[in-house]
Design a protein around this ligand. Structure first.
Ligand SMILES: Cc1ncc(COP(=O)(O)O)c(C=O)c1O
Length: 399
């Protein structure tokens, strides 16, 4: 992880007594998508989401022995269903829900569940570049005998079984995606971490075979480490559950109960649009992100050093239900993604290096199987961090 050390300016360590204690130009770490931006909303709600767990509660390994996913808290199952239903972004009826320690653990569980110890060789795992950098990192670390990283899905031309990870909206680029290999013998895993109305128009209720979601990106509670999978095939869900059982004997109950409460609070208010209290989480977050994007676009335009992606306007079924505010325009949203996928002007070969020389840590396009002329910048940090970033960006004149 970024580490607290990064927060000190290199100038602060140069032995020069006149600058040692000055917090000038601290390093801004925009490498991780740490969703601290959402603190503002949750602070407003005060104690409403407080969950009290007494010393004698939640001792058992089991949450619901009748559920094939026996460690899934019934309250969490209910609020997941309730939220998807209210937002209209995914079908839950007929699906098994498997809870995980973040969707990062669920990804490993899926890969285990859709492969077999009887297969003659490792199954290829692909994702279209630019792909979420952790896919490669996880697979490289695990070095499983069941599957192996096979790189960019656009370049996959082997006539062999494969698993394609489809991230939509995509991390890092924010683009809405579908599978690219489209061949027999493939298993699709849809990573829908960002398919929520603050990031993207909700265009349909998705019903893919395997869909991954996470509280980290939905409500910003990354520290609770709760993700969930909606899985059509009961056997796949059972195998995923087995993976959790063997690796961690389930998922901690405390964060499940906390996220159950949070999701329920979001669901209960997510149909109230334009309320003066501003208590619709998605509306609040979308507005906050939209403002940031506006400032970023203006700054990039003035500097002529950076190019930002353009996204098409699309109808959003979720906000489409508002008819009383600006009819005709309000239903169409511009995407305001969680990351800015920035391209530096052509003369700059290493965009990450340029940003680093201005004490801004970003993630290089290289890490996403793409070009070093790109960087990914988190848009979901705290206000101070974002404002500092914009200030510094506006001062980057040239090489
Ligand atoms: C596309 C995508 N999938 C999965 C994850 C992992 O989320 P979690 O915090 O639930 O492990 C992330 C986190 O950045 C992500 O961007």
């Amino acid at each position: 992880m970024g580490g607290a050390d990064n927060r000190r300016s290199p100038a602060a360590n140069n032995g020069n007594n006149t600058t040692r204690n000055l917090p000038l130009d601290p390093v801004i770490n925009l490498d991780h998508g740490d969703p601290t931006m959402y603190e503002t909303f949750w602070k407003k709600l005060g104690d409403e989401c407080t969950v009290v767990i007494k010393g004698y509660e939640s001792l058992s390994y089991f949450s619901n022995p009748k559920n094939p996913c026996w460690f899934l808290e019934p309250k969490l199952e209910d609020s997941i269903k309730c939220l998807h239903d209210a937002v209209g972004n995914a079908v839950t009826e007929g699906y098994s829900i498997v809870v995980g320690t973040g969707s990062s653990q669920l990804l490993q569980a899926v890969l285990y569940a859709v492969t077999s110890h009887d297969q003659p060789s490792q199954i290829n795992v692909v994702a279209a570049a630019p792909y979420y950098s952790s896919y490669l990192e996880i697979l490289d670390l695990v070095r499983s005998g069941l599957y192996k990283w096979a790189g960019d899905a656009h370049e996959f031309n082997k006539n062999e079984p494969y698993i394609e990870l489809v991230t939509s909206p995509n991390n890092p680029s924010g683009v809405i995606r579908g599978p690219v290999v489209n061949r027999d013998g493939g298993v699709l895993v849809h990573d829908l971490a960002y398919y929520w109305p603050q990031y993207t128009p909700i265009t349909s209720k998705l019903d893919f075979d395997i869909m991954l979601f996470t509280a980290s990106k939905c409500t910003g509670h990354a520290g609770s480490r709760i993700g969930w999978a909606l899985v059509k095939d009961k056997e796949v869900a059972k195998k995923m559950t087995k993976f959790m059982e063997v690796s961690t004997i389930g998922v901690a109950k405390e964060p499940q109960l906390r996220i159950a409460k949070i999701l329920q609070v979001v669901a209960d208010r997510c149909k109230r649009f334009g309320s003066p209290e501003g208590d619709n989480f998605f509306e609040f977050s979308k507005n906050m992100l939209a403002k940031r994007w506006e400032v970023l676009r203006e700054t990039a335009k003035k500097s002529e050093m950076f190019i930002l992606p353009k996204y098409p306007l699309q109808h959003c079924n979720y906000y489409g239900e508002i008819t009383h505010i600006n009819p005709g325009t309000e239903n169409y949203l511009i995407m305001v993604t969680a990351f800015a996928w920035i391209k530096c002007k052509d003369e700059i070969e290493d965009c990450e290096k340029l940003f680093r020389s201005h004490n801004i840590l970003t993630r290089s396009g290289r890490r996403f199987g793409s070009d070093p002329g790109f960087v990914r910048v988190s848009m979901v940090g705290r206000d101070e961090e974002f404002n500092m970033f914009i200030d510094r960006l506006s001062k980057i004149q040239d090489l």
